[in-house]
Design a protein. Structure first.
Length: 269
């Protein structure tokens, strides 16, 4: 029961959607640095290739790009087909791709709901469903295949910003994770969600630029998340150490959800 074996992910096959940037890139690097074979997929083919080039320079594991636009169902199917050609098994699926849309309540458009819910919730089910045969091929009772859905603390609490579709989609994603845990656990596939707090990412860039000090003041640990925080949680869930965790929503937020500081509010323009 040593650390090296408990947290080992060497040679596991991992797919990280949205794995070229932000939180997805942090997760991808964590797996590659620990010897996994990591497939990165998003609609930005150039970013996927660049990320793989940089990650492969780390050694230990390997990174491969399979670009896909997840808004298109046919691209999801092509991703599954391409991965099936390259690999016989998929040990870990990290559903990370997501989008956000902020607008005042009186102006919030229907198009925001369609766009955000499609990517953040609907396509998580689509991709998971398509890749279930590969997950089943990797699964065993003591070493299940793993699904890790990247949610948000905005799916646990009422957000300060007017991101109605985003927070709703993440709450739905947390529950979808539980539903999948019940349904797929019988096939030796676990499903868990991470409710992430603020991390350095394109989605959070403007907010952190304007309000980083205020945000950090509302987090009990006094800082935003680091790459090690989210990558480490994914490594735990994907290794023998996390094999009996199923149906959980784990806040990775420094205590933001339980903070008594009252949170932070959108600055007046």
């Amino acid at each position: 029961m040593d650390v090296a074996s408990l947290f080992n992910v060497k040679d596991k096959v991992v797919l990280v959607t949205g794995g070229a940037k932000g939180v997805g890139r942090m997760i991808s690097e964590g797996f590659v640095a620990n010897g996994a074979r990591v497939y990165i997929s998003s609609r930005d083919a150039k970013a996927c290739e660049q990320a793989c080039k940089e990650l492969n320079a780390l050694g230990k594991g390997k990174a491969f790009a399979i670009p896909a636009n997840f808004y298109k169902e046919e691209d999801c199917k092509k991703l599954a087909e391409e991965l099936s050609k390259r690999e016989k098994k998929l040990h870990v699926l990290v559903n990370n791709s997501g989008s956000n849309w902020g607008a005042p309540y009186s102006e919030y458009p229907d198009t925001a709901w369609v766009r955000v819910l499609t990517l953040n919730l609907h396509r998580v089910f689509t991709i998971t469903q398509l890749l279930t045969p590969l997950l089943e091929a990797a699964a065993s009772p003591l070493d299940p295949a793993r699904i890790i859905n990247i949610g948000s603390i905005d799916g646990l609490k009422v957000p300060s910003l007017e991101t109605f579709a985003y927070s709703s989609s993440k709450a739905g994603l947390h529950h979808l994770s539980r539903v999948l845990a019940s349904h797929l656990g019988k096939r030796n596939i676990t499903s868990n969600a991470l409710a992430c707090g603020p991390f350095e990412s394109k989605m959070m860039a403007a907010t952190l630029r304007d309000m980083k000090d205020v945000i950090e003041a509302g987090i009990p640990l006094g800082r935003i998340g680091s790459p090690q925080d989210v990558a480490g949680t994914c490594l735990f869930l994907s290794s023998r150490a996390g094999a009996y965790i199923n149906g959980a929503t784990i806040p990775v937020d420094g205590g933001s959800v339980v903070s008594s500081a009252g949170g932070w509010t959108k600055p007046k323009l």
